[in-house]
Design a protein around this ligand. Sequence first.
Ligand code: TXA
Ligand code: MG
Length: 334
Amino acid sequence: MSDNKSVHRAAEIIREGGIVAFPTETVYGLGADTFNPLAVARIFEVKRRPYFDPLIVHVANPVDVKKLVVEIPSNAKKLIESFWPGPLTVVLLKEEEIPDIVTAGLPTLAIRMPNHPMALSLIEASQCPIAAPSANPFGYLSPTTAEHVREQLGDQVDLILDGGPCPVGVESTIISFLEERPRLLRPGGVSLEEIESLIGKVETNPIEEGRPSAPGMLSKHYAPRTPITLDWNGESLDIYKGKKIGLLAFKETKNHLKFHSVEVLSRKGDLREAAANLFAAIRRMDALDLDLILAEPIPEVGLGRAIMDRLRRASQSFTFPPLVGGENREGEVL
Ligand code: TXA
Ligand code: MG
């Protein structure tokens, strides 16, 4: 089928209450009609996602936001004007008719306009805003190719649109506008520096409360099956003797240590390129049956903040020293 035909078939499926995986500039999403609670419920089932974790609603035109939220504060407007379509999600007070299952019962709604021609055509042709989380089983790495989606959710979704690899590679930045000062809920594809240069200081400390205010607030997330750690001094591998160790390097290095495999995120040390490669590189390593992945820290500026956020969460269940006394798969504490 041509791209055009596939998009129209996908839109039909959405209108009929089905679920479709589609590309965005950040990661692949798994979408349903926002106003069809049963269709949205199927997304939670397929992902095995807890119902307390709300979804992002995707629109094809900034004007559509007005119908979905009570009010758009001026700072939110500024960000929307500058970064849409693009990897920025705003959290605003929702209009009443948004189904509770979409927002997990919260009075707020997360919205973004993706910067991907296929996503935009799909939303337009579906004639509804599309509620979509990333198209991965809950807690696992987000998919950045159609093949990633096929491997993990293939037979459970009604259609997978293939738009090639996602150019940004990490999820959208989420900013909430519910308090006096805007708050960063998740670092992502638009950097904090870019945002603050437009609207001034943004709150970055997470709110302490019972339920997570964004997925990043869940301590373990974006995790491969293989244990991953940032806690390595870059020196000897002696303590890992006899184990299969992989290195997730930021840029080209002259490291002579004997790794079982090495992935370089960006040879020239470019943060955008590193972000675009991040999840696919970890997936490739995850398929090698390694005992441990050592991840090099990334400079925490620009997109580096989003990359380090994902690496920290991926490494959450890891305890040091890692391999004494057995496996550390599935997040077991040794
Ligand atoms: O780049 C992205 O944002 C991708 C693509 C597909 O658009 N989507 C994505 O969705 O990363 P997801 O569901 O994997 O992560 C979005 C997170 C939710 O888990 C949730 O915690 C947070 O956004 N979120 C959604 N609605 C919210 C709300 N009303 N208040 C606070 N956080 C919210
Ligand atoms: Mg996700």
